[in-house]
Design a protein around this ligand. Structure first.
Ligand code: 0O2
Length: 219
């Protein structure tokens, strides 16, 4: 693991000895705003969950997880994309420094929560990638939203990007296990494994549609 001064050096390209400490403070401050954005989104989601449950007697959110990408992971991603390690580049080019994952009981809940969240006045929807309508070739399904929300600081407002991944319990089960097994192998997954994996994704999708049908019959 890299120490803090090394991270500062990589981010700025400067020698990390003296000025590096100040620069590291800048990076910490920079990431702090993403932490606030995540907290703000989590609060929005908790409100939607509780209020929807109260009104409709159905909670569309099973659970929520979040993270702010670690400096090392940010630098790795910049390197992979061939981008310079600068704060403004991170803000402009990386969409997933702040990430929130929302697990819903049913597919209809995924779209309902996405709509309720992105329809809020202070939430800007920058991009929506619907891997449920069009799953990835390996079978991955989820709805990804890139949102931008205002974070009110002591002396200014910052507009911060957050990646929100919404998926059902079945999609999450599949994605979590696939991530453990194969995701980081990229193209090196052997063909027979890939076919088996796509088969398991189809089973998860069937499970979702059968559960959705039961849910509709009951409501
Ligand atoms: P990690 O370790 O989860 O953080 P990007 O790479 O973000 O610039 P891309 O590839 O278009 O652009 O983003 P996409 O497709 O929206 O995917 C981003 C994230 O979605 C990934 O983050 C994963 O969390 C998840 N994801 C996408 N495809 C798969 C998949 O096939 N399997 C699993 N398990 N998760 C997937 P990271 O940073 O790649 O990984």
């Amino acid at each position: 693991m890299k120490d803090d001064s090394r991270v500062a050096e990589e981010v700025t390209g400067e020698n990390a000895d003296q000025p590096g400490i100040e620069i590291y403070r800048q990076l910490s401050r920079f990431l702090l705003v993403y932490k606030f954005a995540v907290e703000e989104l989590m609060t929005k989601l908790r409100i939607l969950s509780e209020e929807f449950d109260f009104v409709h007697r159905h909670d569309p959110i099973e659970h929520i997880a979040s993270r702010v990408k670690r400096p090392e992971a940010i630098l790795d991603k910049l390197r992979r994309k061939g981008l310079p390690a600068r704060l403004e580049v991170i803000a402009e080019q990386l969409d997933d420094v702040a990430g929130v994952r929302v697990i819903c009981p049913f597919v209809s809940d995924v779209y309902r929560v996405a709509e309720m969240l992105s329809g809020q006045h202070d939430v800007e929807l920058l991009l929506s990638k619907d891997y449920i309508a069009e799953p990835k070739p390996n079978g991955y399904r989820s709805l990804h939203l890139i949102l931008r929300i205002p974070v009110f600081l002591s002396d200014r407002v910052e507009h911060v990007k957050v990646e929100v991944q919404l998926r059902t319990i079945a999609m999450d089960f599949w994605a979590t296990l696939e991530h453990k097994l194969f995701y980081k192998y990229d193209d090196q997954v052997p063909a027979d494994f890939a076919a088996e994996l796509a088969g398991t994704a189809a089973i998860a999708a069937q499970l979702d549609s059968r559960m959705q049908a039961l849910h509709q019959r009951l409501h």
